[in-house]
Design a protein around this ligand. Structure first.
Ligand SMILES: [Zn+2]
Length: 74
């Protein structure tokens, strides 16, 4: 085995370990954070009921009184 091959193998192992660790910590952090919901939050202007609907919904019907409401923007 030549010295070049040894150095290459050494670097490859270290890079592989670093990549594995980075992936591991990234996945672990994602596991701790609450999964970001893409749903929009709506609050009924008529009965104050708070509900969610799909993110591409601009106007959503209140499930309680059927009034059309706009999403709450944060
Ligand atoms: Zn309502």
């Amino acid at each position: 085995m030549s010295a070049d091959l040894l150095i290459f193998a050494y670097v490859a192992v270290i890079l592989g370990a670093l990549g594995f660790l980075a992936l591991y910590y990234e996945r672990r952090e994602q596991g701790f954070l609450p999964s970001p919901s893409k749903d929009r939050i709506f609050r009924c202007e008529s009965c104050a009921f708070v509900y969610t609907d799909d993110e591409d919904t601009d106007l959503s019907r209140c499930p309680h009184c059927a009034k059309m409401n706009e999403p709450i923007e944060f």
